[in-house]
Design a protein around this ligand. Structure first.
Ligand code: SDX
Length: 429
């Protein structure tokens, strides 16, 4: 085993093992550091910190590689549908025809929502953001579909995973129907996962509706693109909440809340807001880029930049191609796509973006596809959550089955006042 020698004030202090992963990446194992030296490490944002060992997802940020359980994302979007990829992430292997069929029937069987839960939707204000409904409904599932670990725990967890995979889609569609003031449309056993979702979203009793196969195909691809991404912010939230032994519903609800932020999954909504603002104002794109570079301006180029990818996000590449395919198959165009492609061109020629390795990420083009499918902007991060769910579940299960797992509890550098005596209240300024 390789090791690193740590010298403190010129004196050798400790040997730290160096761990090597499947792809020859290396990590300094600092588990004994504080005990042997009294030192902790300091890494706000965890940019240099590995939180776990995982077999689920591999990213190479320099080469723009993304693999789920060893399969390249390009291969998966080409040859699989979302349910196969969800099965792969959760179970660790691709389902055969029989397993796929059985999984689909299982998901359908658990796709309904308790009638009492449906009444919750009515209590939300018209303009509620669907992510607030999603997070609240998911944690409420733990009240209606209790997990009794006294029984066969593995069976209980399996059941909870299936319920989550199926009911999140129903909750997402119901949150849209609530916003529109429409009656809910229940899932149907006649549709596949994505077609079912579109039917629950858009079918109407007064006009014939059939999910558009172009949209069904595009939705499968988009959900696969979002399905996992190793230790991102929301997945880390799921693992951290799970590490306290909170139930799976609670951990997933925490992941949904973390995803909502515009630095993370909320960026896909922010990208469309940004493109619409440029389209409506006719703002010169070079000026937009200058604003994004201006440290005194809080504006950032949404959908650009990434903690890990220092090259083009492979998912953005696929999303851009899918965007063009969907619009041309529908015989339509979208000025926002033209603006996005032009904006990308200007940014990638700019030294600031080149020096900082800022490229389009998964959120830059996906919103335009959701828009073409008739999904409203405030539902885009909900779509991201639908896609990311199997990844979150896979990471929760990996933590749950890890014999060495511990509760997540980082340290800190304390920079507050050393010690003070409490003055009586009438002596305080
Ligand atoms: C996702 O982690 C994952 O895997 C996430 C994700 C997943 O699948 O789970 O891939 C999904 O969240 C994608 C990212 C979506 N967010 C956005 O598109 C929002 C815009 N991008 C950023 O705010 C930013 O790039 C982050 C949050 C994505 C990454 O932030 P980092 O890694 O903390 O980088 P940073 O903020 O330290 O930026 C480094 C430099 C800074 O300049 P300096 O201080 O060095 O001078 O780059 C600049 C930043 O100001 N910068 C940008 C920029 N992103 C970074 N400048 C202008 N526009 C941007 N978009």
């Amino acid at each position: 085993m390789k090791k690193a020698e740590v010298f403190i004030d010129g004196k050798k202090s400790v040997d730290l093992p160096i761990l090597t992963d499947t792809m020859e990446n290396q990590a300094l194992d600092i588990r004994a550091l504080r005990q042997q030296t009294g030192l902790i490490t300091y890494d706000p944002g965890f940019g240099n910190t590995g939180s776990c060992q995982s077999q689920i997802c591999y990213l190479d940020g320099e080469k723009g590689i993304l693999r789920y359980r060893g399969y390249a994302i390009e291969d998966l979007v080409e040859h699989c549908d979302f349910i196969e990829v969800a099965y792969l992430l959760i179970h660790g292997y691709l389902p055969n025809k029989k397993e796929r069929e059985r999984y689909s029937q299982l998901l359908n069987r658990h796709s309904l929502l308790h009638a009492d839960m449906q009444s919750f939707f009515r209590r939300y204000p018209e303009n509620s953001h669907p992510m607030s409904i999603l997070a609240a409904m998911v944690v409420s599932l733990s009240a209606f579909y209790q997990i009794d670990l006294e029984e066969d725990p593995e069976l209980q967890i399996d059941l909870t995973v299936t319920r989550l995979m199926s009911k999140l889609r129903t909750i997402a569609a119901f949150s849209y129907r609530k916003m529109k003031g429409f009656d809910f449309v229940n899932p149907s056993h006649t549709y596949s996962y994505c077609a079912n979702f579109l039917n629950m979203m858009f079918s109407s009793p007064v006009v014939p509706y059939e999910p558009n196969p172009i949209h069904v195909k595009a939705m499968n691809k988009l959900l696969i693109l979002h399905a996992d991404h190793e230790q991102n912010c929301s997945t880390t939230a799921v693992r951290l909440v799970g590490s306290s032994e909170a139930n799976l519903y609670a951990a997933i609800s925490a992941g949904i809340c973390a995803l909502w932020g515009p630095r993370h999954g909320g960026a896909n909504q922010a990208v469309i807001d940004m493109l619409e603002q440029i389209h409506n104002s006719g703002e010169n794109l070079s000026k937009v880029i200058e604003r994004a570079k201006d440290k005194n301006d809080p504006f950032r180029l949404m959908g650009f930049g990434h903690r890990v990818y220092k090259t083009y996000d492979p998912r953005a590449m696929i999303a851009k191609k899918t965007c063009e395919e969907v619009l041309s198959a529908m015989g339509t165009s979208d000025p926002l796509l033209d603006i996005a492609e032009e904006l990308e061109g200007v940014a990638l020629e700019d030294d600031y973006f080149k020096e900082k390795n800022l490229y389009p990420n998964v959120d830059f083009y996906t919103g335009i596809i959701f828009r073409a499918m008739g999904i409203p902007t405030n539902m885009y991060t909900v779509m991201f959550a639908l896609g990311r769910l199997p990844g979150w579940i896979a990471h929760w299960l990996e933590w749950h089955h890890d014999p060495f797992e511990r509760i997540g509890r980082p340290r800190q550098l304390y920079m507050g006042p050393a010690v003070r005596v409490v003055p009586p209240i009438n002596e305080r300024e």
